[in-house]
Design a protein around this ligand. Structure first.
Ligand code: SIN
Length: 484
């Protein structure tokens, strides 16, 4: 694995109860930019997941009793270690996931920012006193960690999606078992190596890597010691996992699919909207849940906007994420490329036109950044989450009509709007049925903000002060006989 200086960060087995665990067989991790083999990784299954949950259960009680300031100090040490190794972690991430190295460095800083945020929040888990209904009583509220947390996280952000669940869990006093995607296990294992180096007690943070996701997922959703399950991934898989969690009445956080509208009104600053769209559409080659999926452009500015976008997209550098100048890396797999191609072909058959589609490297899983015009909200690219670098432009004439079209989706994660009319900004943001609305901005994710959706995009929030509540139970204490 070229260029990684600290070779100890390249871990190839699960991390359970503070130990690196060998497995009977292995699975391959390959570079999506060229198909080269990166590592043979120990293939853990249900037994290892069970061992991890049991170790977490043993470790959690003492961790919950550890003063919050000590928990915070360990989290800050973990944060510092992530930033000290940012270069190596980013390189590992690009190798297994494909995104450009600059984006990978950004992801490491982004993931670490959640660890810092929740280290700082750990010491602010306040309770409450409530005026009692009678003179003999006192009513107190305390917040306690939920217990052992299981998680499954995706390949599109192999560092940040896992870290932004583990950080609030550990800050709250929970123990954590991670199951990263089998396509990208190395980033999570490197983070576990750093947890071990900074002295996080054994059993609190476990990483189970394997290809049998249903078997591992069953343990992480149904083991009696699991008290909470947190998932980022597709809505279809999220529904199955929720059903599994329902049997044991587990608490859940679900960050699921999106179909983000990006609305450009005729009073918008078009150049700012193009800059915002490049970020909101082409980050990670379009493989994010908050990527703009349907771009609604007012018909008065539609042609001008399309021309500007086509010329901006033509300038994007496509290639291996480690190569200088790359802005669009490969998609995660050939299956992902085929799925995007099918959506585009269906939409072309339904009457859309393709404008701007550059040549891509012959090796690796690439799809060219593409602009589609003449798209309607009924076409295949509009009804499905594209998860690729394709920008479909849909014309509209009227504010209430574009709100109705934007809300015509089962999803409700992120939405974007560009307008300089303050009244319209408030009217439209309030009417959009989405968990997050970005106004005149293409990047809305940060640790201070509550990230999450409504409708089929899930529930729960990650980041912000609300993010810690997802890992805390409320307990009410009723004190009687207080008048004697
Ligand atoms: C995601 O794609 O699920 C997360 C993207 C982000 O955190 O910005």
């Amino acid at each position: 694995m070229q260029g990684i200086l600290d070779k100890q960060l390249i871990r190839k087995t699960s991390f359970i109860n503070g130990q690196w665990q060998d497995a009977a067989d292995t699975f391959e991790v390959r570079n999506p930019a060229n198909g080269q083999l990166l590592a043979e990784v120990g293939n853990a299954g249900a037994d290892e997941a069970t061992a991890a949950v049991e170790a977490a259960y043993q470790a959690q009680k003492a961790w919950a009793a550890t003063p919050a300031a000590q928990r915070a100090a360990l989290l800050m040490a973990w944060h510092d270690a992530m930033l000290a190794h940012q270069e190596d972690l980013a390189r590992l991430l690009t190798l297994e996931q494909g995104k450009p190295l600059a984006e990978a460095k950004g992801e490491i800083a982004y993931g670490a920012s959640y660890v810092k945020w929740f280290a700082e929040e750990a010491v602010r888990v306040y309770g409450d006193t409530i005026p009692a209904p009678s003179a003999d009583k006192r009513v107190l509220v305390v917040k306690q960690p939920v217990g052992v947390v299981g998680s499954i996280t995706p390949w599109n952000f192999p560092n940040a999606m896992m870290v932004r669940k583990a950080a609030p869990a550990l800050a709250a006093g929970c123990a954590f078992v991670a199951k990263p995607a089998a396509e990208t296990p190395l980033s999570a294992l490197a983070v576990a190596e750093l947890a071990q180096r900074v002295g996080l007690p054994a059993g609190l943070f476990n990483v189970v890597v394997g290809t049998d996701a249903p078997a591992i997922g069953k343990v992480l959703t149904q083991h009696p010691h699991i008290r909470k399950f947190s998932f980022t991934g597709s809505t279809a898989t999220g529904k199955r996992l929720l059903a599994q969690c329902a049997e044991g009445v587990k608490r859940t956080s679900m960050e699921l699919g999106g179909n983000a509208p990006f609305i450009v009104f005729d009073d918008a600053d078009l150049d700012a909207a193009i800059t915002g769209l490049l970020a909101a559409k082409f980050r990670n080659a379009g493989q994010t849940c908050v990527c703009s999926n349907r771009i609604f452009v007012h018909s008065k500015v539609y042609d001008a906007f399309a021309d500007k976008l086509v010329s901006a997209v033509a300038g994007l550098g496509i290639g291996d994420g480690l190569a200088e100048g790359t802005q669009i890396g490969p998609l995660i797999s050939q299956g992902a490329v085929d799925k995007v191609a099918e959506l585009v072909n269906q939409s072309l058959a339904q009457g859309a036109q393709c404008r701007g589609s550059a040549p891509v490297p012959t090796e690796g899983h690439y799809y060219p950044p593409t602009v589609l015009t003449g798209v309607s909200n009924a076409m295949a690219v509009s009804r499905n989450e594209i998860f690729g670098p394709v920008a479909p432009l849909i014309p509209f004439d009227d504010e209430s009509d574009v709100i109705a079209q934007a809300n015509d989706s089962e999803y409700g994660l992120a939405a974007y709007l560009y307008s300089r009319d303050i009244g319209r900004v408030f009217r439209v943001s309030e009417a959009l049925e989405y968990g997050m609305v970005a106004v005149n901005e293409g990047i809305l994710s940060n640790a201070a903000a509550p990230f999450g959706g409504v409708k089929a995009s899930g529930h729960g929030r990650e980041g912000s002060r609300y993010g810690l509540d997802d890992y805390l139970d409320i307990k009410y204490l009723c004190l009687g006989g207080m008048d004697k």
